[in-house]
Design a protein around this ligand. Structure first.
Ligand SMILES: [Ca+2]
Length: 346
């Protein structure tokens, strides 16, 4: 009797434990991703990316808005490939709304009958033109929002289907770019920093105390050098500044969405003139454009001097264009003023 009781308890325990094991894995949640990603291309060319859904159940209708950097990429077309997830069924596919000024495309597609499809597949194919060197993330935005620029999945009963999303990174290189991988030490960990550059890169080191990367970049005198550097977020994050021979080149600020990242790595693009030797990248405070990790009258003065300029103007300073919108205006000055007096606590 006692033995029977013990077995029943064991069985009940098993029954109670087993389902919690299978529920704890979230592999059944649908996922929106991009294919292929990451992607590295040369500027000037066209390329396509598929918007992809994984592990979806009972999909009847989808809508998405994707965001990218319209200064680096332009969307030129959206199409439904033959083998898209709704293939074999009749669909409703209105003309997508492409806005390259804000770097956004909204796309909608629905089955023409009240049924749903299961599994993984392509939602649609988006064609882009790579305008110039740099890095652009590609993201699903307004996730779960059933409004006009939202991203959602729906079943035939009009119920939303939960899903996760992934961020894609697109790196646009120029002529002669070569990839290099450097191993650095962070605490007891060994991590990698990658560079894609037309310069010869040597002596790359990471200083954990200063949270700084330095390296030497060389190339033919007075030619343009440029680099896309991939940095693990755990070694430096939030606001970064890149300098060449101690002259600030560019700032990258998470808060202003000017630091391209995919959740694990930051991707910085900057350019300089060869003759440059020491490139330095370190963490600073948002609004610091001189690189001294504080915001004072010097930052305001530099920004004021380049007020009203665009990249074509001689006085334009990329670092003063805090929000990276191609002009130094009141938005940049007021951002610096708003943060006046702040400094990086180390
Ligand atoms: Ca600006």
């Amino acid at each position: 009797m006692r033995r029977k009781f013990a077995i029943s308890v064991l069985l009940i325990t098993l029954i109670l434990t087993l389902p919690s094991f299978s529920f704890s894995s979230s592999s059944n949640v649908a996922k929106l991703t991009f294919n292929p990603i990451p992607l590295t291309l040369t500027s000037g060319g066209n390329f396509t990316i598929n918007l992809t859904v994984l592990d979806v159940t009972n999909l009847n209708c989808w809508q998405t808005t994707i965001k990218f950097d319209g200064k680096i990429l332009n969307c030129i077309n959206v199409s439904l490939p033959q083998d898209n997830i709704f293939s074999g069924h009749s669909t409703i596919f209105p003309t997508p709304k492409i806005d390259n000024n804000i770097g956004q495309v909204s796309i909608f597609c629905a089955l023409d009958e009240a049924i749903g499809v299961n599994g993984s597949g392509t939602l649609c194919t988006v064609q882009f033109k790579a305008l110039k060197e740099g890095v652009s993330t590609i993201k699903y935005i307004n996730v779960g929002k059933m409004w006009i620029d939202g991203t959602y999945l729906q079943d035939p009963n009009g119920q939303t289907i939960p899903f996760e999303t992934k961020i894609g990174v697109i790196q646009i290189t120029g002529q002669g770019f070569i990839e290099n991988t450097f191993t650095i030490t962070y605490g007891s960990e060994t991590l990698q920093v990658k560079t894609l550059s037309n310069s010869t890169i040597t002596n790359l080191t990471y200083n954990q105390t200063l949270k700084a990367i330095t390296y030497d970049a060389t190339g033919p005198d007075n030619t343009k050098g440029a680099c896309i550097i991939t940095i693990p977020q755990k070694i430096m994050n939030t606001t970064l500044i890149a300098l060449s021979d101690n002259t600030p080149l560019k700032t990258f600020i998470t808060e202003l969405n000017t630091l391209p990242e995919n959740g694990t790595h930051n991707f910085l693009y900057y350019s300089y003139t060869h003759t440059t030797h020491k490139i330095k990248i370190y963490q600073t405070i948002a609004g610091d454009i001189t690189g001294d990790k504080k915001i004072d009258i010097k930052d305001v003065a530099i920004a004021s001097r380049s007020f009203g300029t665009t990249p074509e103007s001689p006085n334009y300073r990329q670092t003063a264009d805090i929000n990276d919108d191609g002009k130094v205006d009141i938005k940049d000055i007021s951002y610096i003023s708003k943060n006046f007096g702040k400094y990086l606590q180390q």
